[in-house]
Design a protein around this ligand. Sequence first.
Ligand code: V47
Ligand code: SF4
Length: 384
Amino acid sequence: MQTNYEGMQIVKSNIEEVVSSINDIKLKQTGEKILTRERISFDEGILLFEKGSLSYLGSLANWVREQMHGNKTYFNRNFHIEPTNVCVFACKFCSYSRLYAHREEGWELSIDQMMDIVKSYDDKPITEVHIVGGVHPKMNLYFFADLLKQIKAHRPDLHIKGFTAVELDYMFRKAKLTNEEGVRVLKEAGLDSIPGGGAEIFDEEIREKICADKVDAKGWLAIHEAIHNAGMHSNATMLYGHIEKYEHRIDHMDRLRQLQDKTGGFNTFIPLKFRNGDNDMSNVPEVSLVEDLKMYAVARLYMDNFPHLKAYWPMLGRKNAQLTLSFGVDDIDGTIDDTTKIYSMAGAEEQKPEMSTDEIVTLIKQVKRQPVERDTLYNVIKEY
Ligand code: V47
Ligand code: SF4
């Protein structure tokens, strides 16, 4: 028996009882594998989605989460810079971007304007800036290398997590550089890691229907591999709850699990719930909270080589983010400071996402977890 924060206990015999009480023989065997921390297969992943009850999945995922992290729940202090929402691509689920032809409806920040945002945090104990935006044809690799250099010259200790694989793929191709060469340019300029966006759903047929014109699965994975080979870390996302089926979700997680076996460079997996506000897929209904919780639980069980599972609170809302902490999640991202528009424009609960450190700490403590402030690479800054 292990004792954790505030006397909460993980009792192995309880979870063994849960598993042994399951009637479906295959579901029970899958649970038994999970209890010995044996890897589950593609088919077992599908089975969990199709036949696992919310309580069964939740109990198993919570057990795995507590084996890995006890009661710890991570967050960081960060802000976003969104250089532009003008984008050459036309992803059907995107409520945020404006096509280049309509660029007067969007925004484009200059390096000086972005540096003003960085400077506005000079007196705050922020550890990370997350840079992400549309793919603007005039904001090229050297423009962003210049931005990174200026940020590092101004605040060398600030970790720069910047640019999705979609943005990088476009920048590198335009600069006629290989992934390795492009990554080197940005690393030398100050890039520290990359976020997980742009992955959406890897399955070729679904991708063709929702985001046909941007980098494909192979290209997305190749960029992350190049980042890992250059000694940097990255995250991975999955956009779920639209037209994909369970097999596509497992396929997506499987391709990530395989790359992680090879490189070990991913920190965190972040399932992103499709929101249908004001985009070309507004006719597709959003999935229920039960489906969200199942998604997190299966992710924790399938992604056995990913150290962390993140619920992005601006998209889920605070109360639902609290719930996910019992379904496998050990990280709820950062304070953000109302600096992202990606979700508010798609109809998410949080129209002005901003939480003080005290609020985030309280949110985590309310559900009897232990708040731990981390840096981007999960070094502990403060345990509460
Ligand atoms: O790739 C866009 C998603 C992503 C919608 O790495 C939508 O720490 C739902 O990746 N409904 C960008 N999702 C954001 C992202 C991210 C966010 C927080 C932390 C990290 C990290 C990464 O936003 C896109 C896309 O999958 N997105 N539109 C929508 N309507
Ligand atoms: Fe552009 Fe990203 Fe929106 Fe796709 S999701 S249209 S790549 S900003």
